[in-house]
Ligand binder design. Sequence first.
Ligand SMILES: N[C@@H](CCC(=O)N[C@@H](CS)C(=O)NCC(=O)O)C(=O)O
Length: 202
Amino acid sequence: MKLVLHEYSPSGNCYKVRLTAAHLGVALERREYDILKGETRTSEFLAHTNANGRIPVLQVGDRFIPESNAACFWLADGSRLIPKDRFERADMLRWMFWEQYSHEPNIATLRFWLAFVGTDNLADAQRAAIGVKRAAGEDALALMEDHLRGRDWFAGNAFSLADIALYAYTHVAGEGGFELSAFPALTAWLGRVAGEPGHVPM
Ligand SMILES: N[C@@H](CCC(=O)N[C@@H](CS)C(=O)NCC(=O)O)C(=O)O
């Protein structure tokens, strides 16, 4: 089965899919789009790849899976990256949904605005939102720190997709101006994730 990752490689959402595939030993063909040039907003991309105009999209044969965490789930279904226990599996999904609602919109967005778009190029509304996103991002990191005190992994007792989903933007949060050294349990967890056999850097 042909697997193609439609991506913008500096994106943490795309990295999640590459990292999941690397842990599973699955080869992905990669197709790069420059999101700063609107390459995921062309009529061709919207009609055939993702009507939502965003990457990553995992192409499975002639079908397409947008949304990073759904693509990771497709790749990892039935593998050791998803807990067998029903409660732990739901808990893994809890962290992946939380990542998309409370973590990524703050931490990834600030990284994108500050490190890729540049403060001078932001719209007024974006510049005005920086403080709110910084506070919400700090709250997300603090919640992760609390959860990781006394435990090694986010869901169950093993490395899972929850760790992959949360690692992607946490390990580069510094690029968005977040100070990770204030979170020792989180920093230790970042080291554990990076030390897992099969890990690949962003
Ligand atoms: N919830 C989506 C978010 C996807 C997303 O925001 N992708 C960004 C890059 S990380 C994108 O494609 N931006 C280009 C655009 O919106 O035009 C996921 O997890 O995959």
